[in-house]
Design a binder for this molecule. Structure first.
Ligand code: COA
Length: 177
């Protein structure tokens, strides 16, 4: 049985391995809130974008992941695409650790800006990203990114862009992944 009081030292934060896309797909499915893409897509991410993706592992089991990429049109930006923590591990600080680990991946280390989009009603995600800006002592700005009408499927929320930074050396020194 999982123990919610377990301390975090036994959690490993690392890049995904090529075969772990399937386990990442299962985490996304289990969150119940993230857009679930095909398992093939997560397998490709884990194989080809491992330098800008991160997973949290405990006792051989993946408990969380974050995926991202450098924006081709603005390479100083590391864009975080999806972040998800398994339901039984949410609300225990793992999202914070994973986001810190995301910013120290080989493909993110020299990025100047962190961007992501968040639905207006996702309070946990808003707290996670604004909390990271505060922890790094940097600013953040929000602006509209995608309107609800941009999504062809009914009921999809709008996505608000969060831009956090600049991620200077002194800001990065505050990271504690
Ligand atoms: C969003 C998510 C990644 C956060 O990870 P987490 O491990 O649960 O969050 P943490 O325990 O690290 O907490 C981070 C901050 O969020 C706050 N928070 C956590 N859960 C919350 C909730 N349900 N409501 C409001 N705030 C919440 C914490 O208090 C903390 O803020 P603080 O630093 O001001 O105390 C996780 O809840 C999740 O996977 N949710 C479902 C998928 C999702 O919505 N992903 C984001 C899409 S943009």
């Amino acid at each position: 049985m999982s123990n919610p009081q377990r301390r975090g030292e036994d959690i490993i934060i690392r890049s995904p391995k090529a075969h772990e896309g399937g386990a990442i797909w299962q985490i996304v499915r289990d969150t119940g809130t993230l857009d679930l893409n095909s398992s093939y897509l997560y397998l490709l991410l884990a194989r080809d974008f491992a330098d800008t993706c991160v997973v949290a592992e405990r006792d051989g089991k993946l408990l969380g992941f974050a995926s991202g990429y450098r924006r081709p049109a603005e390479p100083s930006v590391i864009f975080l695409w999806q972040i998800g923590i398994a339901p039984e591990a949410q609300g225990q600080g793992l999202g914070k650790r994973l986001l810190g680990g995301f910013l120290t991946r080989p493909g993110a280390r020299d990025a100047q800006w962190l961007e992501t989009t968040i639905a207006p009603d996702n309070k946990a995600s808003q707290a996670l990203f604004t909390g990271m800006a505060k922890a790094l002592a940097v600013d953040y700005k929000t602006s509209p990114c995608f309107a609800a009408e941009d999504f062809p499927e009914p009921g999809h929320a709008a996505e608000v862009l969060y831009r956090i930074g600049p991620l200077t050396d002194s800001a990065r020194q505050r990271l504690n992944p």
